[in-house]
Design a protein around this ligand. Structure first.
Ligand SMILES: NC(=O)C1=CN([C@@H]2O[C@H](COP(=O)(O)OP(=O)(O)OC[C@H]3O[C@@H](n4cnc5c(N)ncnc54)[C@H](O)[C@@H]3O)[C@@H](O)[C@H]2O)C=CC1
Ligand SMILES: CC(C)CC(=O)C(=O)O
Ligand SMILES: [Mg+2]
Length: 355
């Protein structure tokens, strides 16, 4: 079997973390004889600098022709001044839209070795195992916007949030299907006490729930959900929410496990899917070789699972990451006295040795 993977390093730490993940994929390929091949493409600020656009057409074409896309991150202060439609972040937003990646799965499972790194008390972090199902190609990130207009004598800007029933049905069905394979609980998160889009979201979710009598549904307002994630994260199984709330809540949920550097994600589409860590390009640590590659390595494992259906190979990577942590290896974000400090590339080697 031969599988084509498009790799998009992007900006900042993107190259370091995707190099590490590809190293681990190559080792996994040797062991499981997967027949992986890699095509590298540009996106983000680096693509803007080379081609004048953050998302060259041939990057999109390559993604569409591949069995899965491994993405690093885009963005950085260097491009803060560029015209908004050419910002590096337009690359990932454009890929999500053009590839139809409507669902973003962000699993948060706190490894026993990381419980002590949580900003929460150990007894709150222990055993947390949840997945955020975030709608990815609708909502305020993709609504009409106005960068600047004159209104009643002052400048103003606006972004429009909209959701349709089919969009909400599609993502909530995926959340219920996910919950069926887990602990059977969906928490839908919205701001239905204020927003019309949230009220439509809540009505639609209630309708979808009727088709899943074996799954329990509860609704939370997003402000309360943010608090519940800090005070009792273990109550959650599947959280389903819109694009903006999912973006924010998943950074919060990530650090329950100690570092944003370890959280992977899968952006699922109908034809191809894209896999990326949930963090950004971390310009503050880029080029230093200290970024934690685990979120990207675990994203590569999700690629093997969801796009290539190579479950044994995916599990081997996840087990190797757990073992690397259990054996005391730490990148700078998680380093403490008494542990073995390693660089991004060395962490890839440590994981490879455990495949
Ligand atoms: N999907 C994407 O490409 C995303 C891109 N971004 C972009 O990234 C740039 C930086 O954004 P920030 O808000 O600073 O968020 P960020 O996630 O890049 O960084 C936040 C903090 O976490 C740390 N961090 C992130 N990843 C890490 C890793 N693997 N290992 C160790 N520490 C890590 C950073 O050093 C920083 O202190 C911006 O241009 C933003 O738009 C942000 C989020 C997602
Ligand atoms: C457009 C991205 C920068 C949004 C983001 O932060 C994310 O998807 O996690
Ligand atoms: Mg984010």
């Amino acid at each position: 079997m031969a599988y084509k993977i498009t790799v998009i390093p992007g900006d900042g730490i993107g190259k370091e973390i995707t190099d590490a993940a590809v190293k681990v994929l190559k080792k996994t390929d040797e062991k499981f004889q997967l027949g992986l091949s890699y095509t590298y493409k540009d996106a983000g600020g680096t693509a803007y600098d080379k081609f004048g656009t953050p998302l060259p057409d041939d990057t999109v074409v390559a993604c569409k022709a591949s069995d899965g896309v491994l993405f690093g991150a885009v963005g950085g202060d260097k491009w803060d001044g560029v015209e908004p439609s050419l910002r590096p972040e337009k690359a990932i937003l454009g890929l999500r839209k053009q590839l139809g990646l409507y669902a973003n799965l962000r699993p948060v499972k706190v490894a026993d070795a990381l419980v002590e790194y949580s900003p929460l008390k150990p007894e709150l972090a222990k055993g947390v195992d949840l997945v955020i199902v975030r709608e990815l190609i609708g909502g305020i990130y993709f609504g009409d916007k106005c960068e600047s207009e004159q209104y009643k004598g002052s400048e103003r800007a606006w972004d429009l949030e909209n959701y349709s029933v089919p969009e909400v049905e599609r993502i909530t069905k995926l959340a219920f299907e996910t919950a069926k394979l887990r602990r059977g609980k969906v928490t839908s998160v919205d701001k239905a006490n204020v927003l019309a889009t949230s009220r439509l979201w809540r009505r639609t979710t209630a309708e979808v729930a009727k088709g899943y009598p074996e799954v329990a549904l509860n609704n939370l307002y997003v402000d309360n959900c943010a608090m519940q994630l800090a005070i009792r994260p273990a109550q959650f199984d599947v959280i389903v929410t819109g694009n903006l709330f999912g973006d924010i809540l998943s950074d919060e949920a990530a650090v329950v496990g100690g570092s944003i550097g370890i959280l992977p994600s899968a952006s699922i589409g109908t034809d191809t899917s894209l896999y990326e860590p949930i963090h950004g390009s971390a310009p503050d640590i880029a080029g230093k070789g200290i970024a934690n590659p685990m979120g990207t390595v675990l994203s590569a494992a999700m690629l093997l699972r969801y796009s290539l259906h190579e479950e044994a190979a995916a599990k081997a990577i996840e087990a190797a990451v757990d073992q690397a942590l259990a054996d005391g290896y730490r990148t700078a974000d998680l380093y403490k006295d008494g542990f073995q400090r390693v660089s991004t590339d060395e962490m890839a080697d440590v994981i490879c040795e455990r495949i």
